[in-house]
Write a protein that binds this ligand. Sequence first.
Ligand SMILES: *Cc1c(COP(=O)(O)O)cnc(C)c1O
Length: 418
Amino acid sequence: MNIFEEIESEVRSYCRTFPATFQKGKGCYLFDKEGNPYLDFFSGAGALNYGHNPPSMKARLLQYIEENGIAHSLDMATEAKGNFLEKFSETILKPRNMAYKVQFPGPTGTNAVESSLKLARKVTGREKILFFTQAFHGMTLGSLSISGNAFKRGGAGLPLTNTVCMPYCGYMDDMDTIGYIDRLLKCSGSGVDLPAAVIVETVQAEGGVNVASKEWLKKLQALCKKFGILFILDDIQAGCGRTGTFFSFDNMNISPDIICLSKSISGYGLPMALCLIKPELDIWEPGEHNGTFRGNNMAFVTATEALKYWESPAFSQEIFRKGLIVKEYLHNLMDSFPEKIKEIRGRGLIYGIVFRAEGHGSLLSSTCFENQLLAETSGADSDVIKLLPPLTINDEDLNKGLDILKESILITSGEVYA
Ligand SMILES: *Cc1c(COP(=O)(O)O)cnc(C)c1O
């Protein structure tokens, strides 16, 4: 029995999927204690979009620590935070004509989500939040109340209230889901109260890599406008370049009232989260939402450096180019294994392979691991394999990972259909 099995809580999960003791990480590779390399198509669930220990961020961080740069500062003004805000404004907000205030909640994704729910309720004076089937927004009570997964919801141990769930884009074949929601909100007999906000992911990364269409998102935004509902976009996993552009909704003519970012915003895997708030909605009283770790200055330092990737369109073009390699490869796989693979979903550099057999994602994930590729499952029934290679991966490693995946599908073939 190892120390983890001996004293770490049973709640641990990724170590069961990827049973190795990791020691080092560089680029798209992780190394275990014995020095074995693992190709990482998991990328810290989207928190390592720029790979492990990206050199420019590492150099900045080491220099900052060496010079006794401040580490912790609550929400006091620091040079590191100021630098981040300036860079974020110049590189991300201004070129998009986006006027937003930046709120730093606690440093995790769920902190950003909780704070956006609180603000939406405060602004509108309404209680309900409308969320979608297969949604995932985090594990604290407010976020669980707007997440779809029954297993995770069950962990709450009390009723999850003041929310209403509606069908996501494509949930029921060609059902007009927006028309359905519109009808329910309009009708005084529907039993659906007018919500304070709608919260949505453009790609449901945890919920099975479900991709909402641009048209659907625009209709959803129009619906929110029509009823005076706030439009919250959770870009925690799909944002920071994962779908090819910095925001997953870039070029969609979408202007959310509140945007949640976390995961890869620090660029280095350091905890950091933020909410972008339309200025007129920023009615917080000073200190009304609080948190000890809102000033993770080391994250501000690496986040500022990470934004350099977004100074020119070249990085984005590269992501799309590599995304096409993945897309084409996976569609060829589906053609080779039509009896196993039901669908390929995704955009940018997030892709999901949907298997016909429930749980097959888990089996494949284990086989990939045995072949030294990390790939996570997704979806409530673990029927999807989710691929999140680092955005910075080179073509050789990208193809290598895809080849391991293909090999693993061949290996698992016998077991499932025996
Ligand atoms: C991961 C995730 C969260 C929660 O972030 P934590 O840092 O785990 O609290 C919220 N929303 C989405 C879309 C996520 O992928």
